[in-house]
Design a protein around this ligand. Structure first.
Ligand SMILES: NC(=O)c1ccc[n+]([C@@H]2O[C@H](COP(=O)([O-])OP(=O)(O)OC[C@H]3O[C@@H](n4cnc5c(N)ncnc54)[C@H](O)[C@@H]3O)[C@@H](O)[C@H]2O)c1
Length: 308
C-alpha cells in the first residue's frame, strides 16, 4: 500500500515508517519538523516538509495514497497547559484539516495515534476500550478526545475507515523529545550521566510500558480493516515506576541517588491496558518484555554518551 505518515520525523512515526518500508509499503512522510528530526526519517521514504494546517499543500500530496497514519501532534502535557490555544490549533485544527483534505482527495482510511489519557482516572483495571472516557486534566488530553471524535464523525458522515490506537506508555530507542517528560528516557539518561533520577510520587504509580517495536507493529494490522475500530495498545502488565528504576540500575550495573520530585498534579495513579480486543481481532500482542526493551533502550542511549 502507499501510506502517508504524518509526524514521521518523530519518535513513534519514525519507527512506524521503518516498519512499513520493511513490509514493502511505499511511504510518504509529512512533517513540519516543529519537534521532529529529519535524520530520524528512513531514507527510503519520500519526505515532504509540510504543515497539516496548510490544507492546500496536504491536498496536493494526498492523491494516490491508500491511507494515512496520523501521528503528527504536539505532545508535551505541561506545555499544553501553558499554551492551550496553540495545542488546540495544531492538534485539533490540524487533524480536522487533514480529514478535510482526505475527504476532498477521496483518501478515506485513517489510523490515529490516541492515548490512554482519554480514559482520565480509570474506575477499574485493566482498562477496556468500552470503558467511559474520563474528565481531562489538561488541553493535550482534550485534543486527543476531540480528534478521536472527529475521526469517528468522518466515519459516520463520510464512510471513512478509522482505526484509533490508544497508546499506553511507549518507550524505546530513538526517543529524543526536547524537553523530555517521559519517565524511561529520563531515567536512563540520568543513570548513564551519573545524575540523580528525577522521580514523582516516589515511583509508586503503575504504568503499562509498551516497547516501540511492538507499538509500531500495531499500526500495520489495521490498514486492512474497514469501519470504525478502537484499540488499546499496551502489554496488560502494570509496573510500578520505582521498579522500572531498579531494573535500569540493575541493567546498567550501578545505582544513582533519587531526586524526589514529590507529587505532580494531574497524574493518574494506575494505568494498565486490556489488550484483549486487539489480540482477538488482529492477532497483535506485545512480544518484547520490559527487561528486553530496557536493554535495547539503554544500548541506544549509550551511543549518545561519549565513553569515559
Ligand atoms: N510518545 C508517547 O508517549 C505517546 C503516548 C500516547 C500517544 N502519543 C501520540 O503519538 C503520536 C506521536 O508521538 P511521538 O512521541 O512520536 O511525538 P513526537 O513529538 O516525537 O512526534 C510528533 C511529530 O509531529 C510533527 N508535527 C507536529 N505538528 C505538526 C503539524 N502541524 N504538521 C506537521 N507535522 C507536525 C513534529 O515535528 C514531530 O515530528 C502523537 O500523536 C502523540 O500524541 C504518544
Amino acid at each position: 500500500m502507499k501510506i502517508l505518515v504524518t509526524g514521521g520525523a518523530g519518535f513513534v512515526g519514525s519507527h512506524v515508517t521503518k516498519l512499513l518500508l520493511k513490509q514493502g509499503h511505499i511511504v510518504t512522510v509529512v512533517d513540519n519538523l516543529s519537534t521532529g528530526k529529519k535524520e530520524l526519517i528512513d531514507k527510503r521514504a519520500t519526505f515532504i516538509q509540510a504543515d497539516l494546517l496548510d490544507q492546500p499543500s496536504i491536498e496536493k500530496i494526498l492523491p494516490g495514497h491508500d491511507g494515512v497514519i496520523h501521528m503528527a501532534s504536539f505532545i508535551e502535557v505541561s506545555e499544553s497547559i501553558r499554551n492551550p490555544a496553540e495545542f488546540a490549533q495544531n492538534n485539533i485544527l490540524g487533524g480536522v484539516k487533514l480529514l478535510e483534505a482526505m475527504k476532498k482527495t477521496q483518501v478515506k482510511k485513517i489510523i490515529f495515534s490516541s492515548s490512554a489519557c482519554v480514559y482520565g482516572t480509570p474506575k477499574k483495571l485493566p482498562i477496556t476500550e468500552d470503558d467511559p472516557q474520563g474528565v481531562q486534566e489538561n488541553p493535550y488530553g482534550i485534543t486527543k478526545v476531540t480528534t478521536e471524535q472527529f475521526c469517528s464523525l468522518y466515519h459516520h458522515l463520510f464512510n471513512f475507515d478509522v482505526a484509533i490506537l490508544r497508546y499506553f506508555n511507549p518507550y524505546g530507542p530513538g526517543e529524543l523529545h526536547d524537553p523530555e517528560t517521559h519517565a524511561i528516557p529520563n531515567f536512563v539518561k540520568a543513570v548513564l550521566s551519573k545524575q540523580p533520577v528525577p522521580l514523582f510520587w516516589k515511583g509508586e504509580q503503575v504504568r503499562d510500558f509498551i516497547y516501540i517495536d511492538d507499538l509500531a507493529a500495531a499500526h500495520i494490522m489495521p490498514l486492512s480493516l474497514s469501519g470504525l475500530n478502537i484499540y488499546n495498545v499496551g502489554t496488560e502488565t502494570g509496573m510500578k515506576v520505582i521498579d522500572v528504576v531498579k531494573e535500569i540500575f540493575n541493567l546498567i550495573g550501578y545505582a544513582v541517588p533519587i531526586d524526589d520530585k514529590g507529587e505532580r498534579q494531574g497524574d493518574v495513579p494506575k494505568l494498565v491496558a486490556s489488550s484483549q480486543k486487539i489480540k482477538r481481532e488482529l492477532g497483535w500482542e506485545a512480544k518484547v518484555d520490559l527487561k528486553e526493551g530496557l536493554k535495547k533502550t539503554i544500548e541506544f542511549f549509550k551511543t549518545l554518551y561519549p565513553k569515559p
